[in-house]
Design a protein around this ligand. Structure first.
Ligand SMILES: [Zn+2]
Length: 115
């Protein structure tokens, strides 16, 4: 992967100079194809991807006291949600015959869909 500084150098040379792709490539130490990709915007923005990954890894919110179980959790409390769904599944099993696929219920399927 090309260092961000190198990409920025190529972008600066493209914006501030009248140099050809070939000369910019030689100056920055990258291939002409890389310069062309950066110029056309076809090169993936790896820095943006890295920021997105970091955001995805961060917890969803502040730690709060769960009114259901009393533990300090990231809201909403997954444990309470799973407990509520299991309880719902037990009630559905009591009311209706078992699901055709063992272990897969409407409630667990909707949990997977929401994740
Ligand atoms: Zn809870």
């Amino acid at each position: 992967m090309l260092p961000v500084a190198k990409v920025q150098e190529v972008q600066r040379l493209l914006a501030e100079t009248e140099l050809s792709y070939r000369k910019i490539a030689r100056t920055a130490g990258v291939s002409r194809a890389t310069v062309a990709a950066i110029a056309s915007g076809k090169r993936p923005d790896y820095e943006a991807r890295r920021r997105e990954r970091e955001l995805a890894c961060q917890p969803p919110g502040p730690v709060v006291r769960c009114p259901g179980c009393g533990y300090r959790v990231y809201s909403p409390c997954i444990a309470c949600r799973v407990r509520a769904m299991r309880e719902q599944e037990r009630e559905m099993a009591r009311a209706a015959p078992p699901a055709s696929v063992p272990g897969v219920t409407l409630a667990s399927a909707s949990l997977y869909a929401s994740l």
